[in-house]
Design a protein around this ligand. Structure first.
Ligand SMILES: NC(=O)c1ccc[n+]([C@@H]2O[C@H](COP(=O)([O-])OP(=O)(O)OC[C@H]3O[C@@H](n4cnc5c(N)ncnc54)[C@H](OP(=O)(O)O)[C@@H]3O)[C@@H](O)[C@H]2O)c1
Length: 310
């Protein structure tokens, strides 16, 4: 039997309960991973609250969690290239059969190796946030050497990795964060940080090549002003956005985050090279998943919250 966190109805963090369920068994082509750590992503509590029900149909009970890291414990038939004992990171295949659990069954192609020097918490902290950043600034609106790029919420899970990827690709990176996080975001590779609690980025910046909007709403609306004509505004789903691309003469692109083993391998390679340093803000035991959601819902976590299973 294994411990899991799950919920049987939508609601606040209190609907998350710890229970035990039978261990998963690997099917053909699958492995079972002993999960050591799972990250908390905003999508976890957005699903738990019921507000994403239009987009992701939930079948109760739901085990939250999209990504994690651990050690391969058993192999199904026909698995090649992976062995018991391998330390790995992964993104879960199915919403609702998530990573707030001590074990998970996954097809082997979903695994990437954990570098020896990286903690399990670090290895759990980057897959989904990193994939999101990758889809935005590599796949959808590729950052190129010499570009001047603004990344919103550089202290957050997605923004923190986007800053590192954009810097690695040779861009000059500006980011927004609170004043308290300015030095932290500079340490990730931003050459300039605009403290959103002290000044308006749209009054300070102009003629940028690219903005990565992780916030939406009013921040999205103000982002058009800082782009040069022909620039690009790439966004992910957060607060609702209105497209003013035609008015400002900029391309507006939504980065859709889909399963993408190649992108995960690309990310993992940069992590292994030390070009991306996964950022673990807090580690809490699995039993404290509700507290982890409360913290994430404040919208002011630095890096990632990670749940530890052991
Ligand atoms: N498929 C998709 O479209 C997709 C995928 C992943 C994520 N998302 C969404 O993208 C958003 C960001 O995700 P995330 O994982 O990066 O969230 P997160 O880690 O919870 O982001 C928290 C960060 O946001 C920063 N922040 C808060 N208000 C800000 C402001 N006004 N200006 C600049 N920074 C601000 C905070 O910095 P301070 O502490 O300094 O305030 C904090 O570090 C979420 O809404 C998430 O649901 C969408």
């Amino acid at each position: 039997m294994m411990r899991v966190i799950r919920f049987e109805r939508f609601g606040g963090p209190e609907v998350l309960t710890m229970t035990t369920v039978p261990d998963p068994v690997p099917g053909p082509g699958e492995v079972v991973v002993d999960i050591h750590a799972a990250s908390v992503n905003p999508v976890d509590w957005k699903i738990r609250s019921g507000r994403l029900e239009r987009y992701f149909k939930s079948t109760f009970p739901v085990i939250p969690g999209r990504d994690g890291a651990g050690v391969v414990a058993s192999l199904g038939s026909g698995v090649a290239g992976v062995k018991v004992g391998d330390a790995v990171s992964f993104v879960a295949a199915h919403m609702g059969q998530g990573t707030y659990a001590e074990k998970i069954a996954l097809t082997a192609d979903r695994l990437v190796a954990k570098p020896a020097g990286l903690s399990f918490a670090g290895a759990a902290a980057y897959p989904l946030a990193g994939l999101t950043a990758w889809m935005a600034v590599v796949s959808t609106a590729p950052v190129e050497r010499g570009m001047k790029v603004l990344i919103h919420a550089g202290a957050g899970g997605v923004g923190g990795i986007a800053v590192q990827i954009a810097r690695h690709r040779g861009a000059e990176v500006v980011a927004t964060a609170s004043a308290a996080n300015a030095d932290y975001v500079r340490s990730l590779g931003a050459s300039q940080v605009i403290a959103y609690d002290r000044e308006d980025f749209s009054a300070r910046l102009k003629d940028l090549d690219l903005v990565f909007d992780t916030m939406g709403g009013a921040i999205h609306a103000r982002s058009y002003r800082v782009l040069k004509k022909g620039g690009t505004l790439v966004w992910i789903t957060a607060e609702p956005v209105d497209d003013h691309g035609a008015k400002y003469g900029v391309a507006v692109k939504q980065a859709l985050v889909r399963d993408n083993p190649d992108a995960l391998r690309g990310l993992a390679a940069l992590v292994a090279q030390g070009e991306i340093r996964p950022q673990v803000g807090r580690v809490l035991p699995l039993a404290d998943a509700a507290e982890a959601h409360r913290l994430s819902e404040t919208g002011h976590v630095r890096g990632k919250i990670v749940l530890a299973m052991r």
